[in-house]
Design a protein around this ligand. Structure first.
Ligand SMILES: [Zn+2]
Ligand SMILES: [Zn+2]
Length: 329
């Protein structure tokens, strides 16, 4: 399924099977989860995708051809391909273990073709082996919702009372990690979305309500997963002095002006950008230990547009996953 221009539906195309270059592997795609970032690319919120483009950066599949020197994986290995597709390895960020900030980074499903397709090629150094406890459908959302969600969670430090604004694919995974680590999870959904509030409680939230509601006690940190800038001052007012508000998304609507008093008291607002390979290694080890329950909504690959529409409208719980191969060979 191909994005030929932004703000237009994906179109079904027959593409040549890609050949892996040096250091790359070719992956026969089994599943690919759908992320809000895919929506931002399709809708034109992110300005410079390669076009035409195959979206999708939460790819699970099996290596079916190995490029020259890509010795990390062999044919037949199951791998996951994440958003971070390549970094320079030389800049000050890369050398300091902050490759997520590399200015020359290349991203899967943005700068290079992704996984809304039968095949994808990826730099082997940026692929992950996946924990066997998760089958292909349930492993796919871990690759972005899970691990960028995890990076967001870590930015909250040792916060005991942790708010989640927006309870979609990322929040539903990370809330389970937080609950398993003894944090008190407060889930904020669209006002009146009782179904998602019940879902949050079933995953360990001690309180769930609308984003227009005040939590029963002040929070130590709030993670904002919804791409809604107006939630930033709302979340700031819900955190205690010294608390932080962490914005997880790659794009957000403008943050409205708010009085300095809402930030006063050493409150912090920060964003999270991309992922490092180390985030992935840590998160996958943790995901098996918790173990995380992954809520998925499967769609056939040909219905990628419906999956994007449902995500745009906030329909359904958990993570949307495109199922490319009905059965694993
Ligand atoms: Zn770099
Ligand atoms: Zn993503």
């Amino acid at each position: 399924m191909v994005l030929e221009r932004q703000r237009a539906p994906l179109v079904e195309r027959e593409l040549p099977v890609p050949e892996p270059g040096p250091g790359q592997v070719r992956v026969r795609v089994s599943t690919c989860a759908v992320c809000r970032t895919d929506l931002h690319v399709a809708d034109g919120d992110l300005p410079r995708p390669k076009l035409p483009l195959v979206l999708g950066h939460e790819i699970v599949g099996v290596v079916d051809e190995v490029g020259q020197g890509a010795t990390r994986f062999a044919t037949g290995d199951r791998v996951g391909v994440p958003w971070l597709g390549w970094t320079c390895g030389e800049c000050e960020f890369c050398r300091a273990g902050r490759e997520n900030l590399c200015p020359r980074a290349r991203f899967t499903g943005y700068d290079r073709d992704g996984g809304f397709a039968e095949y994808a090629v990826a730099d082997a150094r940026f692929c992950f082996p996946l924990p066997p406890a998760f089958d292909d459908r349930h492993a796919a959302p871990l690759l972005c919702a899970g691990l960028i969600g995890y990076r967001t969670y870590r930015m909250a430090g040792d916060a005991r009372r942790l708010g989640f604004y927006g309870f979609g694919a990322a929040a539903h995974l990370v809330a389970q990690v937080a609950a398993a680590e003894g944090r008190n999870v407060f889930a904020f959904t669209r006002p009146g979305d009782r179904e998602t509030q019940a879902f949050a409680r079933s995953l360990g939230a001690v309180w769930a309500g609308g984003s227009d509601e005040t939590p029963p006690e002040p929070l130590d940190a709030a993670l904002v997963f919804a791409p809604v800038g107006a939630l930033v001052p709302v979340a700031l007012r819900a955190v205690a002095p010294g608390g932080s508000v962490v914005c997880a998304g790659i794009h957000m609507s403008d943050i409205p002006a708010f009085p300095y008093a809402a930030l006063w008291g050493e409150r912090v607002v920060r964003s999270v950008a991309n992922l490092t390979r180390r985030d992935g290694e840590e998160f996958f080890a943790l995901a098996s230990r918790v173990p995380i329950r992954v809520g998925t909504r499967p769609y056939p690959l040909a219905e990628a547009n419906r999956a994007l529409d449902d995500l745009r409208a906030g329909r359904g719980k958990g993570a949307a996953v495109l199922v490319v191969l009905a059965l694993r060979a």
